[in-house]
Ligand binder design. Sequence first.
Ligand code: FEO
Length: 171
Amino acid sequence: MFVEKVQSALNQQINMELQAHYTYLAAADYFEGMGLKGFSQWIFNHAEEEMAHAMKIYQFIHSRRGRVELFPVPAPEGGFGSPQEVMEGTLRQEQKVTASIDRIVKLARLEGDYATDSFLQWFVDEQVEEEELVDDLVQKLRLIGDFKPGLYLLDRELAGVGVLEETEAAG
Ligand code: FEO
């Protein structure tokens, strides 16, 4: 049975995914302004994924004959200090999403809503992947620190251009 409390939590989750979408769009713009096109494209793709997550939940609510409720999406905070700060913020955002998904799974089980529990398992797996990907970038950025050539190379890596390809092109 699709319980009102679960439906309400899923509607809140749509809003959270849209907030992530918005935040990552702002981050992509920040990277674009720095000339870091690899980072910009990477996080732009991530923003699109967040929109897809929101739509997945939107459609699930309809498939359960529920109603979607849309809430205001606050403007992203912006004011990014450095690429490392952006990625650390992204990691915190993903951890918040993971905690929220876990809470809804718990609620769905408590309420005997096993269809929602099953639906959300995709998100549980997705969050493991997303946190790992973002954490990987945070670790690399910590390693790079203020070494600009390192940042440049990582940007090329994210753009899908390997160091070897660049060397070959130059040679
Ligand atoms: Fe949809 Fe990255 O959480």
